[in-house]
Ligand binder design. Structure first.
Ligand code: MG
Ligand code: ZN
Length: 221
């Protein structure tokens, strides 16, 4: 089977990076209240947007430099990602990063790999006393999830009728996007969620695996 008009929507935290950067920031810099907010997000008592906003509001804006440096020093990019980006360029497959992460760490970590115009994530404002998260990609009228950065809305905006939508992700925040996808490439918790919702997927651990999966389908622009 040869696939036409493919478009890739790839998560960032835990997918491109080996672990979640918001969790890493909170563990290192936030007072202990953050843990309670995180648990309420996981149990869905609080929306992702509300929870992430509240967690960052615990952090003084003046820590911007320390937080950014900490993440850039500690975040690890998953094996094969650079080669994967080169592969998508060679095959002329549009690659979009759709992330619930924040611009001040997502963009520097992807510098030289993915252009800013292909990165959809949350914004940040350090002009007040505490960090204020900005939401340039909130849910459209078809999503009531209060996602923060709404992956299904971004897919609806970028994909045209006939686009073969490939979603790559690792967690619960990729589930709604996976439901819209023609092909899902999953690791970690997203595997469980796909099984629960009877969504077909291919498992991956490195981006070399992702390339093999795409080559098998003969995905070409
Ligand atoms: Mg993730
Ligand atoms: Zn949404």
């Amino acid at each position: 089977m040869t696939v036409r008009n493919p478009m890739i929507f790839c998560d960032f935290d835990g997918t491109i990076t080996n672990s979640d950067n918001i969790i890493a920031i909170m563990k290192k810099f936030a007072p202990e209240e953050w843990d309670d907010i995180k648990n309420k997000v996981l149990s869905q008592e609080v929306s992702i947007k509300d929870g992430v906003g509240k967690m960052f509001a615990l952090l003084p804006s003046k820590q911007k430099k320390d937080i950014t440096e900490y993440i850039i020093d500690h975040a690890e990019i998953r094996e094969g990602f650079k080669e994967f980006v080169a592969f998508t360029k060679k095959e002329e497959i549009p690659l979009y990063i759709v992330s619930g992460g924040i611009d001040f760490f997502v963009e520097p970590l992807l510098k030289g790999l993915v252009e800013d115009e292909h990165i959809y994530c949350n914004g940040s404002d350090f002009s007040g006393e505490k960090i204020n998260i900005l939401w340039p990609h909130t849910c459209d009228s078809e999503c009531e999830n209060d996602c923060g950065c709404c992956k299904p809305s971004i897919i609806r905006k970028l994909a045209e009728p006939g686009t073969y939508k490939i979603v790559i992700g690792d967690s619960i925040t990729d589930l709604e996007a996976a439901k819209l996808a023609d092909q899902v490439i999953a690791r970690d918790f997203l595997i469980e969620k796909c099984e629960e919702h009877a969504i077909a997927f291919s498992p991956f651990e490195t981006f070399y695996d992702v390339m093999e999966i795409l080559k098998k389908r003969e995905v070409t622009a």
